[in-house]
Design a protein around this ligand. Structure first.
Ligand SMILES: Cc1cc2nc3c(=O)[nH]c(=O)nc-3n(C[C@H](O)[C@H](O)[C@H](O)COP(=O)(O)OP(=O)(O)OC[C@H]3O[C@@H](n4cnc5c(N)ncnc54)[C@H](O)[C@@H]3O)c2cc1C
Length: 425
């Protein structure tokens, strides 16, 4: 048997959904694995909005990468930002280090896209990482605090107005959460500002919310949001965002809190791999998920541009996980001298929660919504969360929040001035 130092070295960039599955698939392979991630933890992104909405706290939906792979003796974890990939020299640059590989798996996911309006980033933060969720939570809770001490009624209303740009699953979930906070969680605790007067606008450039879902489920979701007091604007393209609000053509919504849930761009590391990329920067891969002309490099998850039956495989957690499993198997097959099979994506459907007791579920052959949909959503998310402790605390927090309308993670960190200053950083 080869000594561990002489085993092929697999460098795995990113410990998200795709990266972790790839790591697991290499657990018993005759390789050394170095997993590099700029965060020390894996985040369950589908529940980030619940951290932003103060129902859950950060550690409920995240786990340290080291802890997750602790039983896997062939893996070393580096917490470091990857800054460069040199596929010709088979090297990765991470911080001040350079690491050489025999096989490379790039699973660095995606980030927000502001469609050329980078000036909007400052006023309309997006939700992708734990830092983003905590920053949004601070911004939202601080807005109610600012409204409470604001004597000018018009400005107070601006603090009580929230705009979410983009009505995909994240935008819909954020809008529903904000409506619940404003209309149910906070009202009895404020004396001057009236959270029930808060206005929540959901702005979508396309003709309907949840555009990837069947029209019937989109319509159900929109009706439910409206019944909760969310003002839904469809076919409304945002043309400007600043500290005082959002403009859509001639219409201006004065608002001090704007959240961005509209666009996705692939991880910028994809540009360093050479080769073809789509408009969002995803890297085109061969049928086995390897980089064309580089059978030793695999690109998976949100960063990969994969088509099946003429359709792009979506940027979703199940797709990233399936790709991670496939890339690990492909490396095992290559090392064993076996033929590498093409990747096949299995589509299990999609779901989106709207409120604490309503969700829409599209399992392709079966579609449902309302409370049944929400129960399905709830158990699916509990099932896929990493860690027994996390499952228990999330279930407990949800049960408590369901019974009381309260949210257990409403602490704002930072002094009174910092709260507002940071709200506009
Ligand atoms: C708010 C939100 C809600 C979502 N809800 C759902 C849902 O309900 N259902 C669903 O199926 N999908 C959902 N998704 C999509 C899903 O989370 C992604 O498709 C999935 O995470 C992609 O997996 P990945 O492994 O490609 O990337 P990720 O899981 O994003 O992992 C990428 C990893 O790479 C690391 N990384 C990135 N750049 C660098 C670098 N330069 N150096 C070092 N490390 C780096 C990151 O820290 C991260 O750990 C949601 C996404 C978001 C943002």
């Amino acid at each position: 048997m080869a000594s561990s130092a002489s085993r092929p070295h697999v460098v795995l960039l990113g410990g998200g959904f795709g990266g972790l599955k790839a790591a697991r698939g290499l657990a018993h392979a005759p390789v050394r694995v170095t997993l590099v991630d700029r965060a020390n933890h894996h985040v369950f992104q589908p529940l980030l909005y619940q951290v932003a909405g103060a129902t859950l706290s950060g550690p409920d939906i995240a786990a340290p990468l080291r802890h997750i792979v602790r039983r896997q003796a062939n893996i070393t974890v580096w917490m470091e930002e990857v800054t460069g990939i040199d596929v010709a020299a088979r090297r990765v640059h991470a911080g001040t280090q350079t690491v050489e590989y025999d096989y490379l798996i790039v699973a660095t996911g995606s980030t927000h896209a502001y469609f050329g309006h980078d000036a909007w980033i400052e006023y309309a933060p997006g939700l992708k990482t734990m830092d983003d969720a905590l920053a949004i939570r601070r911004r939202v809770l601080s807005a109610f605090e600012a409204a409470e001490r604001e004597p000018d009624l018009a400005i107070r209303m601006e603090w009580l107005t929230f705009v979410i740009v983009g009505a995909g699953p994240t935008g819909v979930e954020l809008a529903g959460t904000l409506a619940e906070i404003a209309h149910h969680t906070l009202p009895r605790e404020f004396r001057i500002a009236h959270p029930r007067q808060a206005r929540i606008h959901l702005v979508e450039a396309g003709p309907r919310v949840l555009s990837a879902m069947p029209e019937k489920l989109s319509a159900i979701a929109q009706r439910k949001l409206e019944s909760m007091g969310v003002e839904v604007h469809t076919s409304a393209a945002v043309t400007a965002i600043d500290a005082l609000g959002v403009r859509m053509g001639d219409e201006h919504i004065p608002a001090r809190t704007v959240l961005w849930a509209a666009g996705v761009a692939a991880s910028p590391l994809g540009a360093q791999l050479g080769g073809e990329r789509d408009r969002a920067g995803r890297v085109k891969v061969a049928p086995d998920l390897s980089l064309p002309n580089h059978p030793e490099v695999f690109v998976i998850g949100d960063l990969a541009w994969v088509e099946q039956n003429g359709q792009r495989v979506p940027g979703m957690a199940p797709a990233a996980k399936q790709m991670g499993t496939h890339a690990a198997r492909a490396i095992r097959d290559r090392i064993a001298g076996a033929a590498v099979r093409p990747f096949r994506y299995r589509d299990y459907g999609s779901l989106a929660s709207i409120s604490r007791s309503s969700a829409v579920v599209d399992l392709r052959s079966l579609k449902f919504s309302g409370f049944t949909g929400w129960l399905f959503w709830l158990f699916a998310h509990i099932f896929f969360l990493i860690g027994f402790r996390n499952r228990l605390t999330v279930m407990w927090n949800w049960a408590w929040s369901y019974m009381t309308w309260q949210r257990g993670a409403r602490i704002i960190v930072g002094g009174p001035r910092a709260r507002i200053d940071r709200a506009h950083q």
